[in-house]
Ligand binder design. Sequence first.
Ligand SMILES: [Zn+2]
Length: 268
Amino acid sequence: MIRVMAASAAALVCGCEAQEGRIAGQGERPVVAQTAPAQQLDIAFVDSDGAAFSEADKDYIRKVIAQSAQAVRRLLPDMPRNVMIDIEMVDRDLAVVGGGTGMAGAPGEVTFWVSSAYPGGVAAAADNGVRYTAFHEFHHLSRGWTVQGNSFRRGIDIAIINEGLADVFAETYSGRRSNSLDYPQEVRAWAAEILALPEDADYHHWMNEHPDGRMAIGYRTGRYVIHEAMQKSGKSILELGDVPVGEIWRLAGFDYDRPSALQSGAPE
Ligand SMILES: [Zn+2]
């Protein structure tokens, strides 16, 4: 869900636009993008200590998010119609993820982080990292894979399937991809390592930064397992989204005999 950990948010300073006839007061979230009756995106901007979004930046980011949401909804009908979105500026360099990253914090809620230090500026970051991340995070919303209110059980074996589905979906449909997700020759051994982990294995170590120096093991392995499952089954990334987690592992050629990945224990 979180590919790069973000700094804490600055105060909300941009909740001041009002559209669609709604007047926004202090702390009220204005509706800033309503592109079709079927879609309502409630977008708020948060400046960093070091940089502020220009009006042109905000307009462009709204456009990128709205276009991406419409495209995802056509592909994944389970994506919620109403989405609350925070766009937060950060001053750290997010070049490794195209200048932007994000998190599906709860059902119907996404936070994006946009770098003020990205070469080409905020608009370039929006066009690259934010566009890719929108497809990735909206896939999570449609699947129920969120930090709060998660539909899935704990476990790196489950996380990497949900992240791999979101990444392959995003690189298939957003027109962007992230070189940081390329996987190494030994990736199949990484997958076996993940299958041997206890359910409470450290999420940050296995998904983001391992103490042994490996980066993004979970994301990169997830992308590999999804590619293998697609290649061996002939299923598309959209078809694979309807396949239970354990069955995706088996399609990719791994032994997997754990119970349903859903929180409820119900069949997926
Ligand atoms: Zn994710």
